[in-house]
Design a protein around this ligand. Sequence first.
Ligand code: DAK
Length: 263
Amino acid sequence: MAYEHILVEATEGIATITFNRPKALNALNRALLGELACALEGVAADEAIRVLVLTGAGAKSFVAGADITEINRLNPLEAKFFARQGLATINRLGELPIPVIAAVNGFALGGGCEMALGCDFVYAAESAKFGLPEINLGIIPGFGGTQRLSRRIGIGRAKELIFTGRMLSAREALEMGLVNRVCAPEALMTECLAIARLIASKGRVSLRAAKQVIQQGLDGDLATGLALETDAFALCLASQDAREGTTAFLEKRPASFQGTLTS
Ligand code: DAK
C-alpha cells in the first residue's frame, strides 16, 4: 500500500517505518497516525517480519511532536478523538508480537518522545533531543507521556521534565535510562539494524513470550507477573524453537531457530 506520510520497507525479516514529513519535522498529524495504524496491522500480520524499527526522515528530527497546526484547531471532542487515535497507535507498539526499536535521529518531542517511549527500547543519535514541551503550549502530554515517562525514568525526573518542558540531550537521556545506546548519527541505522538482526535470529516463540510477559507484568503486582512468566515459560517449552535451542546447546552447536508457531 502506498502511503503519503510514512515509508514502509522490509528486508530480511526487519521492517522499517520512517515518519516522512521532514518539512514539518515529521510532526504527527491525523493522516500520519491513520497510516501508521494501518502499517502496524500489516507488520503484525506478516509472519516473515521479526523486528520493527521506527525512525524519522531527514537528519534533524525523529518526530517533533503532534502537529501543532492541527492541535490549535481542535475542539474538545476532536481533541479526545485525536488523543485516543494517537494513544491507540502507540499502545499497539507494545502489543505487537515482535520487538519494536526506536531509532531516534533528531528531535523526539511531545508525541515524538511518547512514540519513542511506546517502543520496546530506544537507540539515539548523539544529536537527538528528547522532551515533553507541551507545558510551553499550555497543554499536557496526550499520548501517554505523563504515565510512560515516569515509569521509564522515575517520577521525580518525569515531573521535572513535564513541569519545565526542558529538552534532554541524548547523553542525558542515556543516563536517565530513556535511551539504551547513543550512536554517531551516521551509525544510528547500522547499529539499530545490527541489534535488530541479532534479535531476529532468536526464537520467535520465546521472543513473543518475553515481550508479552514483560509488557503485561509491568502494571500488575509481582505475583501476577511471575505467574504470567511461569505460564509463558511452559508454553515456550512446547515450541520447536525450545527443542532446537536446548538440543543445540547439548550438541555444542549454534541453534538454528525456525520460529514456527506450531509445537
Ligand atoms: N507541529 C507542526 N509543525 C512543526 C512542529 C510541530 N510539532 N515542529 C516543527 N514544526 C515545523 C515548524 O513550524 C517549521 O515549519 P515552517 O515554518 O518551515 O513551515 C518547520 O517544522 C521547521 O521547524 P523550525 O523552523 O521551528 O525549526 P527549528 O530548528 O528552529 O526548531 C524545534 C526546531 C523542534 C525546536 C521547533 O520546531 C519546535 O519547538 N517545535 C515544536 C516542538 C513541540 O512543542 N512539540 C510538542 C508538540 S505538542 C493531546 C494529544 C497529543 C498531544 C497533546 C494533547 N490531546 C488531544 C489531549 C501531544 C502534543 C504535542 O506533541
